[in-house]
Design a protein around this ligand. Structure first.
Ligand SMILES: Nc1nc2c(c(=O)[nH]1)N(C=O)[C@@H](CNc1ccc(C(=O)N[C@@H](CCC(=O)O)C(=O)O)cc1)CN2
Ligand SMILES: Nc1nc2c(ncn2[C@@H]2O[C@H](COP(=O)(O)OP(=O)(O)OP(=O)(O)O)[C@@H](O)[C@H]2O)c(=O)[nH]1
Ligand SMILES: [Mg+2]
Length: 458
């Protein structure tokens, strides 16, 4: 248990109607009580109650602000320590002066993430849950928030506990075999190791399958809108974000630099990049734009290749269609409101039907079909079920991969008839990787690295 009592502003700095200063630690109540002028003495109030009064500097006698104070006594609090929250008036002046008074009274300024770190160190949540708290704060869509909230409640941790138990049991069994070979315990055969490690490996792989979708929910799909000049790329961006964000003209080569916007389709966040139309050009500025389009194309998770259905296919477009065939590409046949001229059969012979969408960006027709196509391409269907667990954290994903590798090594070793004490090393490594996700085996420097990503006051 930490000795010192910490404080920080828990709300965003800026003009708001109220701001909250949070205090946590054994002396939270004792240190705040003398600064709080009220009908009640904070030292005597019940836990989880709110009190009206003023924060007053006992030395100068100045009243700093009219406030509401909440008391939550440990262990039934966010940090499991005594917590006092002071709601001041919004804006930075009131909240800063209250915080300064607390710091003068022997309370220490919290480090970023220190409240959550204490909740972890005091055993109320595990490391994966603590990390989910950052994801909660950072989430940009309601789906991402849902995923993070489930994880903050311990969904991933619950999946890992039985896996770790199975490995520990196997390790114990192996241990007895090694230490007491004369003992009458059933020998751990290659078959036993293969079956047990195989069962755990399958579950680790199931979790890893959710990783791609989890990452998308968290970070958004980087989506490059590409095509020939005048195909209607900027019009498509505008139709997706439902405002006139990018300049649209009938002059080919209008967009020069990349225009970026965010939009959420069926709960999936997209980071849209409208790019300069790709063509050979003598114009220096346009050529730089085309190079940037190429760069965006290279980095994209999703490519929307826009073709004008009212024009015949251009050589450049044939090249793009060929080049992007094996990438996550959706071909947009734009200007569906005009008479068709494009060789649609040629496009459809190269791309499966669910990846070719006919629409009119200008008239806003066919946009739902595009939304469905994006959804189908990225979500294998599980996303709507609220109880799905997604692994979205890069650290968790790499540890799951490490565990999978160790398990595969153990299985291979068993099949090749390696000595049991060598196989034991792989099983132990897998167990440790899984433990590191929830923080059983986390080092101090890892904790520092994780918690320093938090904002102050969390
Ligand atoms: N004012 C305020 N609002 C807040 C928070 C906070 O700390 N303060 N939270 C901070 O993130 C979130 C709520 N999360 C919380 C999670 C656990 C506990 C807590 O006291 N847990 C106790 C059980 C309490 C009970 O059962 O009565 C526990 O787990 O022991 C409090 C807040 C969002 N809103
Ligand atoms: N009829 C019709 N016209 C469209 C449609 N989409 C775009 N246009 C027109 O096509 C022209 C070019 O549209 P933009 O959106 O600027 O095309 P772009 O691909 O961004 O062009 P660059 O920035 O030059 O590469 C404009 O005159 C648009 O009004 C559509 O669905 N139907
Ligand atoms: Mg444009």
């Amino acid at each position: 248990m930490n000795e010192d009592t910490i404080a920080a502003v828990a709300t965003a700095l800026g003009e708001g109607s109220i701001a909250v200063v949070r205090v946590s630690g054994a002396e939270a109540i004792g240190k705040v009580a003398p600064l709080f002028k009220s009908r009640e003495d904070l030292r005597e109030v019940q836990s989880h109650t709110v009190h009206y009064g003023w924060i007053k500097d006992p030395d100068s006698g100045d009243v700093l602000d009219e406030v509401l104070v909440t008391v939550m006594k440990g262990p039934r609090s966010f940090t499991t320590e005594d917590v006092v929250e002071i709601s001041t008036h919004g804006g930075i002046v009131a909240v800063q002066s209250v915080l300064e008074l607390l710091l003068r009274s022997g309370i220490r300024m919290a480090e970023p993430g220190e409240f959550t770190k204490r909740a972890f160190l005091n055993g109320r949540i595990d490391l994966a849950q603590a990390e989910a708290v950052i994801d909660l704060i950072r989430s940009k869509s309601s789906k991402a928030f849902q995923v993070a909230r489930k994880q903050a409640e311990g969904a991933l941790s619950k999946r890992l506990v039985p896996l770790k138990e199975q490995l520990i049991e196997l390790l114990a069994h192996v241990e007895v075999n090694i230490d007491y070979p004369e003992h009458d315990v059933a020998e751990v055969t290659a078959g036993v190791i293969r079956d047990h490690c195989g069962a755990v490996l399958r579950q680790v792989e199931t979790l890893l399958k959710t990783a791609a979708e989890g990452k998308i929910l968290r970070e958004g799909i980087v989506t490059a809108i590409v095509g020939r000049p005048n195909a209607g790329k900027s019009s498509l961006l505008n139709a997706l974000v439902k405002e006139n964000r990018a300049i649209v003209t009938d002059i080919p080569g209008t967009t020069r630099d990349i225009v970026e916007e965010s939009v959420t389709l069926s709960g999936i966040p997209l980071r849209l990049l409208d790019t300069a139309g790709i063509r050979e050009t003598e114009d220096i500025v346009e050529r730089i734009g085309v190079e940037r389009s190429r760069g965006a194309l290279g980095d994209a998770d999703l490519i929307l290749l826009v073709l004008s259905r009212s024009d015949a296919l251009h050589e450049e477009e044939r090249r793009l269609l060929e080049e992007l065939k094996d990438r996550p590409t959706i071909v947009i046949l734009n200007k569906s409101d005009l008479a068709p001229c494009l060789e649609e059969g040629e496009v459809r012979s190269m791309y499966p039907s669910e990846r070719v969408v006919s629409l009119s960006a200008k008239e806003g027709l066919g946009m739902e079909e595009l939304e469905r196509a994006v959804f189908k391409l990225f979500m294998s269907g599980g996303i709507e079920s609220a109880d799905a667990t997604y692994v979205s954290n890069v650290r968790h994903i790499s540890l799951l991969h490490a565990a999978a590798r160790s398990l595969q090594d153990a299985i291979d070793g068993a099949e090749q008839g390696l000595p049991v004490d060598l196989i034991q090393i792989d099983i132990a490594a897998a167990w440790e990787s899984l433990g590191e996700i929830v923080g059983d085996t986390a080092s101090e420097s890892l904790l520092d690295q994780i918690f320093s990503k938090f904002c102050l006051g969390k």
